[in-house]
Design a protein around this ligand. Structure first.
Ligand code: IMP
Ligand code: MG
Length: 175
């Protein structure tokens, strides 16, 4: 049976938010080059759209991590499946993530990246789900703060599905 997706943020709302974030980042990084680290797979759609809205030189890099856990909850034990292929020492790094939930993944990843000596390290997340936070994470640029719902679309998946939806929605399984 197909799931029903209830729209939380429409394509227009998401695009408008990304435009705003792009402008804000452009202002705050003025005069600098940005090394954007897109966290695969979830942040791919968001990072590409955001990069287009930043009016500064942007190097686009990719990392992929997995957290041992089940489908909907990370454990905090994070494994780097795909690492950067270049050093970030002295770079102005902007991590781009789809969603910060418990915060475990990002708190671990930011520690690792911090140790590599970037000039600055900032975090941009399309979504923030603060209700379930257990690890402290400072989000410098947030798209939307959402309630404790499992969301899909705009890169986010449920069992690898729905990443290609152009909007953000809540999965309502058919009964
Ligand atoms: P955290 O370590 O709990 O913050 O986990 C963050 C990761 O869990 C995200 O990068 C997503 O891959 C996944 N995740 C958390 N909440 C959702 C959701 O509502 N929809 C889809 N993926 C989610
Ligand atoms: Mg993710």
């Amino acid at each position: 049976m197909a799931d029903r997706i209830e729209v939380m943020y429409s394509e227009e709302e998401v695009n408008k938010k990304i435009l705003e974030l792009g402008r804000q980042i452009t202002e705050e990084f003025r005069g600098k080059e940005i090394t954007m680290i897109c966290i695969l797979k979830g942040a791919a759609a968001f990072a590409c759209e955001l990069a287009k809205r930043i009016d500064l030189p942007v190097e686009l890099e990719f990392m992929r991590c997995s957290s041992y856990g089940n489908e909907t909850e990370s454990s905090g034990v994070v494994k780097i499946d795909l690492d950067l292929d270049r050093p970030i020492r002295g770079k102005n790094v902007l991590i781009v993530e789809d969603i910060i939930d418990t915060g475990r993944t990002m708190s671990y990843l930011m520690d690792i990246l911090h140790d590599r000596g970037p000039a600055s390290l900032r975090l941009c997340a399309l979504l923030d789900k603060p209700d379930r936070r257990v690890a402290d994470v400072k989000i410098d640029y947030t798209g939307f703060v959402i309630p404790d719902e499992f969301v899909v679309g705009y890169g986010l998946d449920y069992a690898q599905k729905y990443r290609n939806l152009p909007y953000i929605g809540i999965v309502r399984p058919e009964v």
